[in-house]
Design a protein around this ligand. Structure first.
Ligand code: AMP
Length: 176
């Protein structure tokens, strides 16, 4: 990916201090989504490393993982599977719960969404503490999927999400 494309993506991410609570610097991707060139560049940057990886399907994590995961699936010519917050998926589900700073949360997937041995690429917008991506990988691994990698647009390196994700691997386009 040419550096000017990466720079364009970087330029379209807006920092919003103290959202959703004091001390959090929120990476707002809405300026990027509104810019057709930046949006295309982001999807291409996410998909490009996996062109020859024999990916069977892309899994996106609600909600911003859907925004990027779907065009990435299109570029890789594979299907898309959503992982959602509890109670949103209509069919039979399998779920995983994970710890947050305070309390816990859960993610769900349809039981028929992934077959044993399928090679999946997990997509989300941002890797922070890694808790969300890790939970998604655990859910998929429990179904017998092979997790090729977690692809994110933005990585907040100081939160050490990679450590939490290990042994699953992550790849990010922009590091902060
Ligand atoms: P984590 O489980 O800590 O890796 O958090 C990842 C999820 O929270 C991602 O799906 C992001 O959408 C969201 N998130 C966490 N921190 C931020 C941030 N600083 N800016 C924007 N989104 C964030």
């Amino acid at each position: 990916m040419p550096t000017n494309q990466i720079q364009l993506i970087r330029d379209r991410i807006r920092d919003v201090p103290d959202f959703p609570k004091p001390g959090i610097l929120f990476k707002d991707i809405t300026p990027l989504l509104a810019d057709p060139q930046a949006l295309r560049a982001a999807a291409e940057a996410l998909a490009a490393p996996y062109r020859d990886s024999r990916i069977d399907l892309v899994v996106g994590i609600e909600a911003r993982g859907f925004i990027f995961g779907t065009p990435v699936a299109g570029l890789l010519d594979v299907g898309f599977v959503p992982i959602r917050k509890p109670g949103k998926l209509p069919w039979e589900t399998r779920s995983v719960s994970y710890d947050l700073e305070y309390g816990s949360d859960a993610l769900e997937i349809h039981t028929d969404a992934v077959a044993e041995g399928e090679r999946v690429l997990v997509v989300d917008d941002l890797l922070a503490t890694g808790g969300t991506s890790r939970a998604a990988c655990d859910l998929l691994a429990g179904m017998g999927a092979e997790i090729v990698e977690v692809a994110v647009l933005i990585e907040l390196e100081f939160l050490k999400g990679r450590q939490r994700l290990a042994p699953f691997e992550a790849r990010s386009i922009l590091k902060f």
